[in-house]
Ligand binder design. Structure first.
Ligand code: GTP
Ligand code: MG
Length: 198
């Protein structure tokens, strides 16, 4: 089963340094946030079925701007990853400010897809992001990435452990692999309904 988003036309709107950028026409926005290298851009490509849409790299910190993609009735927004250890102090500060401002100020932000790597316990930066998300009071879905790194049985154990570490119930999280397509159709359905409900 492919992602329902893969059946819709998608176009790149632009890369913006400013989190307050007005989008024309104004439509609901669904944003992707998560630690650098967690797989945000790969997930966008998997969801839309377009391998080359968002730039993927094994070097963390590739996405440094607000990248916006248009679907017919909403936008998908790929945000810079946080917690990139080798970024300079001033770069880290400016990304944090950008993310904070984006989450607080976007009037049409209908939902946040918050990505965490299934292999790792939440970092200090992940927990700080969770505080920002709670404070921003936006509809948030936690998505655990890179599930292909585990066998089915291991995956269930990790999913439960990570959800518990975040204080979430198992039904508040979705597990995906952009590599194998696991969970991509289900996530596409959730995003579509969040975008259309807004
Ligand atoms: P930044 O733009 O730096 O914040 O990173 P990002 O979160 O956009 O991550 P990106 O999609 O660029 O992927 C980072 C690395 O993880 C790349 O080497 C990807 O190939 C790899 N990756 C992404 N998704 C998956 C997945 O589902 N499984 C596996 N095994 N690797 C993945
Ligand atoms: Mg990226």
């Amino acid at each position: 089963m492919t992602s329902p988003l893969g059946e819709l036309p998608v176009t790149f709107v632009g890369s913006f340094p400013n989190p307050d950028v007005p989008l024309d026409p104004p439509l609901p926005e669904i944003a992707f946030v998560g630690r650098s290298n967690v797989g945000k851009s790969s997930l966008l490509n998997a969801l839309t079925g377009q391998a080359g849409l968002a730039r993927v790299s094994s070097t963390p910190g590739k996405t440094t701007m607000v990248n916006v993609y248009r679907l017919p009735s909403f936008y998908l927004v790929d945000l810079p990853g946080y917690g990139y250890a080798r970024a300079s102090q001033s770069d880290r500060k400016s990304y944090q400010a950008l993310l904070g401002r984006y989450l607080q100020r976007r009037e049409r932000l209908a939902g946040v897809v918050w990505l965490l790597d299934l292999r790792h316990q939440p970092s200090t930066d992940d927990l700080a992001m969770q505080d920002l998300l709670v404070a921003g009071d936006r509809a948030t879905l936690a998505v655990f990435t890179k599930a292909d790194k585990f066998s089915h049985a291991q995956r269930k154990v990790r999913e439960h452990q990570l959800a518990e570490a975040l204080g979430l119930q198992d039904d508040q999280v979705q597990v995906v692999s952009s590599r194998t397509g696991l969970g991509i159709a289900e996530l596409g359905t959730s995003i579509l309904s969040a975008g259309e409900k807004a």
